[in-house]
Design a protein around this ligand. Sequence first.
Ligand code: ZN
Length: 546
Amino acid sequence: MIRRLSFVATIAALSVAPARRITAQSFSTDDAVLKRIWAIGMDSSQTMHLSQVLFDSIGPRLTGTPNATGANDWLVRTYKSWGVDARNEQWGKWRSWRRGASHIDLIAPRVRSLEGTMLGFSPGTGGKDLTATTVILPRFADSTEFVKWLPSARGKFVLVSAPQPTCRPREDWQTNATPDSRERMDSVRAAVAREWGGRDVRGTGYSLAIGTGELGLRLEEGGVAGVITSRPKDGWGTIEIFSTYNKRAPAIALSCEDYGLLFRLTENNQGPKLRLNLDAQPLGDRPVFNTIASIRGSEKPDEYVVLSAHFDSWDGSSGATDNGTGTITMLEAMRILHEVYPHPKRTILVGHWLGEEEGLVGSRAFAEDHPEVVKGLQALFNQDNGTGRVVRMGGGGLVNAPDHIRAWLAKLPPELQKQVDFQGPGFPSGGGSDDASFACYGAPAFGLGALPWDYFNYTWHTNRDTYDKIVFDDLKSNATLTAMLAYLASEDSTTVTRERVDLAALAAARAAQAPASSTAAPARFRAPTTWPVCTKAPRITEPRLK
Ligand SMILES: [Zn+2]
């Protein structure tokens, strides 16, 4: 009751208070360009319109698919309509595929349409219904035992994912469960994760990474009807949807709830039958592109300020926050810059990379194909962690970067200055997003770290990454901030040098301070102890089973 009352009171207060102009800009600057960037970015933002077209009408952008190429073409058209030079640059060929409709129905022992969809690149059912019974992947002593079991699964749908003991998020258990009951649930969850996780799923010798992996292919060779998966997040109704390498046996992802239902019906011998009707079309290997747009530098055309965000997504929904919002940030920043700063000192270039989800492939290929950009890089700003406003920046592991970044930040409006916590020289990105493709050369590549807005439980790689999750006030502010940083980096009278921090010494200092901390964080979030090494970008889809 109290919560409700205070909510009503807040609304009442808001409705009588004079509307505060949230766009009122309070910083004092003589810089006409910064003033105009603010005015255009905050008062006549195009982020909403651009997002609606991209996420609702075009949709997801799975690398290799015609949808992604269509989206590349839309980007080029959009830039050209503003008068910005843009092109699609091919970096390789990738497996291609068209996603059609997924119809997934339980038809026995009762009828229910299930919440689920094909994995990316799944074979379809050839315009027909595919009906079969189900079997749970047993626990095997070793892969020989798995091979012996395979014939018994012929013609059946195989359930290969963990049966979750609860589809309620942890937060709900923390709020409502008795301590005993919560502890019990935690330990059951941990046991289930141990039993079904890892690279050797249930003793088969094969993994499901990332989707159905090698295990899916072995099951397909064994003649199963299809592979049923579920990768729920720690949230209500969200699952991750990745891809399969299967060519004949379809692979689908079900919600936590419907997978659990099917699992229990199978486990209890209640005769479940599943009917799939999946429309999909493999399209062979097709060219894949990054979209590149640029405004040529007037004084130092061979030095570059790069706006960076991957454009591809998984295709379980619209890829709105991964990485639609990074995309729109850079697109809108470029629109603003073209309008207010058409003759930059250094060349301003934006890279909308494909193949990020497959291992930063498009950006690595671009860095290989454009050594002149890597060599002349003054600053690269990458954004790829959701819709939130940018709250963190580091110096990419370069000793000289903080002098520059601090000077740029000092010129920003106080609203933006306050919001960004600059963390000093920091570390080079070792992976996770496309700044790593440039940081490995020792180039100044900076990640713009956003506020999470429950990214990991709700939108990252999920079936719920849609237009409605975008926080437009934050997105608008990010585009404005990025345009300002690009302008300031371009105008900087000196160039960011490439002297590196001593990563080994920093690691030793950290270890001396907190000996346990190095084991606490998962490897991908751990600070690197040696400078990351650049690896060659694959220019074709590599086979899953070699
Ligand atoms: Zn991403």
